[in-house]
Design a protein around this ligand. Structure first.
Ligand code: NDP
Length: 485
């Protein structure tokens, strides 16, 4: 069992209160670690440490910081197996998925931003008699708050550009999945990253997270998590005029037109629905099918969903592991009950797979991927974010009709459209109120592109240039080249 500590000023240290929180493996209910239950005073210590490192870190050139990012990428790559194992144990996700997605992307986040930073050129705007030079400076100490579904993947997505642009960091991972963030801190310690540049404070959202939001010495907050928490973040940080990036929840649509390559669309829709037990913010949990192919699509879709290999996350053959916790299992199940009350028909799933794994009542965290038909698109199950292995199916007859159904959502994070007419796909995608739309694919990511949501799915964009913009302040310097008059 690990005894995880905070990482502040280059040292591992317990919470000043010495209080701890247990960390569980959702597949076995075993306690796998204890983490510090930190409070305001620990955040204060972390901010002081970050401030004292700020000057030296920001004095490095972009090239030197890019070199650091490459070193970090190399060190994480060497730990791929350890990361995959740890992430799988902490989240209940299949180890193959943790290796392919979580570990690989954590490495490429650093590698990508290193290369992207090196290509960065200073922007200038020439006038007849003057030149404007856009000068970037670091924001200062930034707060990074991340969720449990893709723990290291999402943390490194923020850490890499924040470091590149010369900021120092106070980070808080979800208390449910703290282990790979701790591995990142250990990696920084091994590499000798200057002390205080990266600080990690573990604990509960309303305690440590809130203290980070409230600290006047933290100048920007990059937050990924649920929409309700996002409201708290905005409410707390906005009066201090902190820079804010909010990546929040979603209720994403998958739209299958009758002219789609059906096998490809079925594969894509299954992947979009159930990757990571449906616990990816980009998952397509509302599937809209053009009525003339609806029955055929459903038949193939159900067949494929039933074939998903559910089981021990540590087994290489497993395609779906547990959901994140017993509490979350109960939440998803409450939506399955609600679906039936709302008149829905469960086509497959709806039941636990291996009961008796844990919990006082022998609760199992393995829920069969669940497909619900016949619910109105306005039902609660089809409008609220469930964030688990449960999707609803809806049919439509016209583009106009499906567009209206999709855009009625309070969310606007992502979507996918399946059609053999690429022009139509593009036109249709432009009308979806959403930050990202894929045509004939899903979760196909180019890290240079803007990432973020509209409506209740967030504010701001990260990725490529947008991350550099968020993690820097811009000063326009206008130099007059000729004398006045
Ligand atoms: P939460 O909003 O519950 O938590 C996110 C983070 O915020 C956690 O570290 C949490 O800590 C912390 N937190 C909680 N309360 C506060 C507070 N008062 N002040 C500051 N921080 C706080 O989200 P989940 O962890 O449950 O993650 C799932 C959600 O994340 C889903 O809604 C999903 O859609 C969204 N998400 C969005 C993504 C995007 O890019 N748009 C990507 C991935 C997920 P603790 O865990 O200790 O409570």
């Amino acid at each position: 069992m690990h005894s995880v500590e905070n990482f502040i000023a280059g040292s591992f240290t317990p919470a000043q209160s010495k209080q701890t929180i247990n960390n569980f493996n959702p597949a076995t209910e075993q306690i796998i670690a204890t983490i510090p239950r930190s409070q305001k005073e620990d955040v204060e210590h972390a901010v002081t440490s970050a401030h004292s490192a700020q000057k030296e870190w920001s004095k490095l050139t972009l090239e030197q910081r890019a070199d650091w990012l490459d070193k970090i990428a190399d060190a994480l790559e060497e730990k791929t197996e350890e990361i995959a194992h740890t992430e799988s144990m902490d989240t209940g996700k299949p180890i193959a998925l943790a290796r392919r997605v979580d570990a690989a992307r954590s490495v490429s986040n650093f590698r990508f931003f290193a290369a992207f930073g090196r290509q960065h050129t200073q922007q200038t705007f020439q006038m007849d008699d003057a030149i404007n030079i856009v000068h970037r400076t670091p924001v200062g100490t930034v707060g990074l708050i991340t969720p449990w579904n893709l723990p290291l993947y999402l943390l490194t997505w923020k850490v890499a550009p924040a470091l590149l642009m010369g900021n120092t960091i106070v980070a808080k991972p979800s208390e449910i999945t703290p282990l790979t963030a701790n591995m990142l801190a250990q990696t920084f310690a091994e590499l000798g990253l200057p002390q205080g540049v990266f600080n990690l404070v573990h604990g509960l959202g309303p305690e440590v997270g809130q203290a980070i939001l409230e600290h006047p010495g933290i100048k920007a907050i990059s937050f990924t998590g649920g929409t309700d928490t996002g409201r708290i973040v905005a409410r707390t940080a906005a009066p201090m005029f902190k820079k804010l990036s909010l990546e929040l929840g979603g209720k994403n649509a998958t739209v299958v037109f009758a002219d789609a390559d059906l096998d490809n669309a079925v594969d894509g829709a299954v992947r979009a629905a159930f990757t990571n037990s449906g616990q990816v913010c980009l998952c397509g949990s509302r599937i809209f099918i053009e009525s003339e192919i609806a029955e055929h699509f459903k038949q193939k879709f159900i067949e494929k969903v039933r074939a998903i290999q559910l089981g021990d996350p540590m087994d290489e053959e497993t395609e779906m592991g547990t959901v994140i916790s017993p509490e979350h299992l109960l939440k998803v199940e409450s939506y399955i009950d609600l679906a039936q009350k709302e008149g829905g028909v469960i086509l497959t799933g709806g039941t636990r797979e291996m009961t008796g794994y844990y919990g006082p009542e022998g609760i199992g965290a393995y829920l069969r991927p669940t497909v619900v038909d016949k619910l109105p698109h306005t039902s609660r199950c089809a409008t609220e974010e469930i964030f688990g292995p449960m999707v609803t199916l809806h049919s439509f007859t016209t583009e106009h009709e499906v567009l209206e159904m999709i855009n009625q959502s309070e969310y606007g994070l992502a979507g996918s459209v399946w059609t053999s007419n690429l022009e139509r796909g593009q036109q249709f995608a432009q009308q979806i109120e959403s930050g990202i739309v894929w045509v004939n694919t899903w979760l196909h990511r180019d890290l240079r592109t803007p990432f973020g949501g509209v409506k209740n799915s967030g504010v701001g964009r990260e990725g490529g240039q947008w991350s550099l913009d968020f993690f820097s302040e811009l000063t326009n310097i206008c130099v007059k080249e000729t004398r006045e008059n």
